[in-house]
Design a protein around this ligand. Sequence first.
Ligand code: AKG
Ligand code: FE2
Length: 343
Amino acid sequence: MGGLTMEPAFVQAPEHRPKPTVTEATGIPVTDVDALAAEVGAASRDWGFFVVVGHGVPAGTVARATAAQRAFFALPAERKAAVRRSEAEPLGYYESEHTKNVRDWKEVFDLVPRDPPPPAAVADGEVVYRNKWPEDLPGFREALEEYTNALEELALKLLELLARSLKLRPDRLHGFFKEHTSFFRLNHYPPCPAPEVVLGVGRHKDPGALTVLYQDDVGGLDVRRRSDGEWVRVKCVPNSFVINVGDTVQVWSDDRYESAEHRVSVNSEKERFSMPYFFNPASGAIVEPLEEVVSEEKKPPRYSAYSWGDYFSTKLNGNFKWLDVDNLQIADFRKSYSSGDVP
Ligand SMILES: O=C(O)CCC(=O)C(=O)O
Ligand SMILES: [Fe+2]
């Protein structure tokens, strides 16, 4: 049989010979990678939010970034003002952001993970996205660059799970992120004397694909629960990241996943720090419901296609106040014939 002929050389010693019946091992676990993706899918559908642990971002990388964040916000006001953002150069420090025309109780520092190449010439009134680094703050830039590199890797892993959860090829969404327009923000919410009438960030949705947020143990991020519209607090889990899917994922998934409304409450005793990494597509990406998702639904797509770059720059309104403007929303691309069957 198969070229083999039975001969004495094959014969095992009696103690090594198999018993005629063998017990089946019941303890060996069966792991299904798709089960993890399914969990991500269910969370994205029911909440638009989930919390990840075991994410692979080294604790030292996070610790260096949070130390850099605290050191920066502890600087005297005039040193922070030295890297303040302007209309022409909207990255850097800012303490007067508004969400829906009400001022947020916070100060921020914005940067892009990779400096885009400097334009050969800047036309009058053209906005320049160049990072501003504070002087004499040793290790600040290095710590944040190390952190954003790690976060890019994590965001790509999460993107893969999201694709799997929609029954797509794991790398199906990666092409949208070559030269991505992600940006990174440091938030500082000082103690507030009137937390019952003030918010750290007013209610909003994030426009991009995924937000990967690191928060300290103070708490304050509130999500609008889909089932009853109630505002509920996201629990602080040590060494975790809070993930929320943005409007882009809502459109790709043709409303299977929800970009949930959220806000930040402040408190009178403790300052709070958080660091959102906004993972956004490339500016040339065309955003529309994915054809695989749509064909499975056997219904026309709920949104028409739009360009991420145009959409984002309109939202930024030349002023980086993207949380502020309601001038353009994904709802504007929602097709009217389907408006009756969506919440
Ligand atoms: O600080 C937080 O917990 C969330 C901040 C946020 O939602 C944002 O900056 O878009
Ligand atoms: Fe947000």
